[in-house]
Design a protein around this ligand. Sequence first.
Ligand code: HSE
Length: 297
Amino acid sequence: NEIKIFSPATVANVSCGFDVLGFCLDTIGDEMVIRKTDKKGIHITRIEGYDLPFEAENNVAGVSALALFEDAQPDYGFEIEIYKNIKPGSGIGSSSASAVGSVFGMNELLGQPYNKTQLTNFAMKGEALASQCEHADNIAPAIFGGFTLVKSVAPLEVLQLPTPKDLFAVIIHPQIEVKTSESRAILPKQIPLQDAITQWSNVGSLVHALHTSDYKLLSRSLTDVVVEPHRSKLIPHFDVIRQTALDNGALGCGISGSGPSIFNLCYGHRNAKSVAKAIKKVYSKTGIPFVVYVSKI
Ligand code: HSE
């Protein structure tokens, strides 16, 4: 009658794949407890870590839970406890982790009536509360694991992509908040054809690199000429981080989701550790508080 969930952080966009590509982090995430209760409806009974609303309709985990609840119409309700480790507004899928955890846990307690695509659909309702638009590039990897590509949102179609076995991520999270809604508002509505060509060629080659475990091609595909030039201005010392990561052998570096977190992809754990060490050394000189995570993908 009760389940404890680890709901993972995720990196959306992966440089060239704005709103479609994402991957899941193994070691960073929220914990949640979902419990059946006689009282019908969705009841958020405990939130630790960050100050978030308890009313289900104002809470991302609550909104996704309500979407599933209204569809399933069980003759009982659910209590949700949220132990938030991922700071809201960090760019590593904080709202998605909450939105996913509640529906994943409820589905287990209901006897798994829904598949992963249906769960993604419910979780998108919660995500929409946070980012004011329905996108699934954080939700899909949290539910499916590894790398995912959201082929379309309506109707929802998610492709699970293979993960090369020696791929690691280093995440640096400068402790400033960038709101997804604001970092979407600064993006241009139209892009030059030449930029579109560069971008879709990189998405295609990145997907091919994942299928063939071609780390060099992956490295050459991790470029974003559409979104990063605008958003990088919101992230202090972004260029320094990128240069440091590449100088230390990272395969690539980009903005994680809508920022301010920055992700680096690395070949092997040893390289990930040395990239993490170099970034920590450089960023500690800026005076901005930050956290660095290393995770297998
Ligand atoms: N694809 C989204 C964005 C992810 O970059 O705005 C953030 O939630």
